[in-house]
Write a protein that binds this ligand. Structure first.
Ligand code: F6R
Length: 606
């Protein structure tokens, strides 16, 4: 939700700022801008629309500066216009600021600054920051002290970078929003996320809340709010620059769908013994969860669907578990105590609702584990321990490979929990773990053979799209519908198969295809009855299932077949077919697949 880039070093910063913004566009894309520090002062250029509008506006190479800040926006305060685009400046144009997050007390600060004679030109919360720095400068403070004391006045969540005319430095800080520093051979970067500068360096420093970084061409210093120097380690990330390109695919989403076999291999590698069923999770050795009597999974969107999937697996295996939408959990946390385990599931590790859920139970003495894709993300610092899903960077706004990696990683974690809590093992252990080990190959086979494009084409003019499933296939139904609606902009809904007849059936007609997901276990019989109910109302049915669900496939009008696997894993494979249906439908409708309207990948506001 908004992306920040900073570049400090020799040569013109413009190309690297723009390339960095391109790699962060998944965080927001309704306006973009950059500010450069050069011999004549500070130049700002910003445009409503995607980064291309900004690139077109920079139509010659007259814009230059060795130090620059950039921003790609996902609007919160004020619509996407040139005026509301970042960077924002003070009254004199000598201070420029980019910001990600929300400044909660901006109204009060703005009134105070306006009363002091400051003139505002945007509707954003951000604009108070350059004016605050300006007022501190007017009071005689150095640029760094002015920045520090301005930041002290802010409430809310923010990552901020600022440049001040005449000072060869960028000042930056974070509180609740991500900001990482990159150390290149002869230049430095700051960004909301590593892909912004990965092509220049893999050496990163994860800034912590309250850190103030001063980055100059010669080096950087990090201090706390009081001005004491703090030491932060330089870490080397193991992502490749190539991981953040499209690799020959038309869209990141398609590339990431096709990366699932590799991502799943990485998720499983070294963690399960498919013969003995032993689990080896780095941060959760045997006995870690022996005192746990209930599990709360908190997450949003696709991650919530992965959490629901695992809730089914845990409850079915004797562990009391609930999957909560994190925003609701934060509003009204259920009872939790020392025997509660909270699993915070978040691809980005930065989702405000999920962080808020974790914070809502602070003080209840619960054990918290982050399950995330991003090393160094905020959630890893707020939870007691972390387990990484190892999916590699995901750039497409619609989550795809990370859902599969979450489910598989959480399944391994679920086995550890079931063993610690009940002394038993997930049903039919050997079959389950063999399925975990073969799932990468199964996904590859499915990708090679899928008829999803033909199905997408066939149903392109439908009125609505419904998705139904039971047990672990219920969250897959929700996920199939979420993916479909977010990238096609067509109406799609997921339901528990049992729920249809309690109301939604009224919507079912011959113009509403129903995708019915089958796991291959005894629940299929009931879902098959639900299929017959919708067929009796003339709805065309697409069955998604394996050979074990032959009866369902025979009954349905169309099918998307998946390789034979353990019923607890079928949903992962079915979901890949539904990702492909959504992708091909959106592609045929010519939608902005990687950057669907109104959305951003990392949602850092509640
Ligand atoms: C949908 C999607 C979102 C995210 C949600 C949570 O395709 O990507 O629904 O799943 O915003 O994000 P994370 O997992 O980063 O917490």
């Amino acid at each position: 939700m908004c992306g920040i880039t900073v570049r400090v070093g020799d040569g013109n910063a413009v190309p690297e700022l723009l390339d960095g913004l391109e790699n962060l566009e998944y965080r927001g894309y309704d306006s973009a801008g950059i500010a450069l520090q050069n011999d004549v002062g500070i130049d700002v250029i910003k445009r409503e629309g995607t980064l291309d509008s900004l690139r077109n506006a920079i139509d010659d190479d007259s814009l230059h500066g060795t130090i620059g800040i950039g921003h790609t926006r996902w609007s919160t305060h004020g619509p996407p216009t040139d005026e509301n685009a970042h960077p924002h400046t003070d009254c004199t144009g000598e201070i420029a600021v980019v910001h990600n997050g929300i400044i909660e007390n901006y109204q009060e600060l703005r009134e105070e600054l306006e009363a002091d004679g400051h003139t505002f030109t945007s509707e954003t919360d951000t604009e108070v920051v350059p004016h605050l720095i300006e007022s501190k400068r007017n009071a005689g403070l150095s640029p760094e002290s002015a920045f520090r004391t301005a930041v002290e006045r802010l409430a809310g969540s923010y990552a901020i970078a600022a440049i001040v005319d005449g000072t060869d430095a960028v000042f930056a800080t974070r509180h609740g929003s991500p900001l990482v520093l990159g150390r290149g051979a002869d230049r430095y970067f700051l960004a909301s996320d590593i892909p912004a500068f990965l092509q220049h360096t893999d050496q990163v420093v994860y800034l912590e809340d309250g850190d103030i970084a001063r980055v100059e061409p010669e080096g950087y210093t990090i201090t706390d709010l009081q001005g004491n120097v703090v030491k932060r380690n330089i870490e080397v990330v193991d992502w490749d620059a190539e991981d953040v390109g499209k690799g020959g695919y038309d869209h990141y989403m398609l590339k990431e769908i096709h990366e699932q076999p590799t991502a799943l291999r990485q998720a499983v590698r070294g963690r399960v013994d498919s013969f003995s069923g032993d689990v080896d999770l780095e941060s959760a050795p045997p006995g870690t969860f022996s005192d746990i009597d209930r599990v709360h999974l908190v997450a949003m969107g696709t991650s919530w669907h992965a959490a629901m999937y695992i809730q089914s697996l845990l409850t079915e295996n004797g562990v009391d578990a609930g999957a909560y939408m994190a925003g609701e959990y934060a509003t009204s946390p259920p009872p939790a105590g020392p025997n509660t385990l909270v699993l915070a599931v978040s691809q980005s590790g930065e989702t405000a609702d999920t962080l808020s859920a974790v914070r809502s139970i602070q003080g209840a003495n619960v054990q918290t584990v982050a399950v995330t894709n991003v090393v160094g993300s905020t959630i890893t610092r707020e939870c007691d321990s972390s387990i990484f899903i190892r999916a590699g960077p995901e750039i497409g706004v619609a989550a795809t490979k990370t859902f599969s990696s979450q489910v598989v990683t959480l399944s391994i974690l679920a086995e550890r929990i079931v063993r610690d809590v009940t002394g038993t093992s997930i049903r039919n252990t050997s079959g389950f773990f063999e399925a975990l080990s073969t799932v990468p190959g199964d996904v590859q086979q499915l990708l090679d053979d899928s008829n999803a494009e033909a199905i997408a084409e066939h149903f392109l003019d439908s009125k609505s799209y419904f998705f139904i499933g039971r047990n672990t296939c219920y969250p897959v139904a929700l996920e199939g519908a979420l993916k479909f609606k977010e990238i096609t902009y067509e109406h799609a809904e997921g339901f528990a198969a049992s729920e249809l007849k309690h109301g939604p059936l009224a919507l079912v007609t011959d113009e509403t295809p129903v995708f019915a997901i089958f796991s291959g276990d005894e629940d299929d019989t009931k879902t098959l009855n639900n299929v017959k109910e919708v067929q009796a109302r003339d709805a065309p049915v697409v069955a998604v299932g394996s050979n074990s669900s032959q009866e369902a496939i025979g009954q349905a009008d169309y099918s998307l077949e998946i390789p034979e696997t353990h019923p607890a894993i079928s949903g992962v494979l079915a979901n890949v077919q539904l990702q492909l249906v959504a992708y091909h439908a959106a592609n045929k409708l010519d939608r902005a697949i990687d950057k669907p309207r109104n959305l951003a990948k990392s949602v850092t506001v509640e």
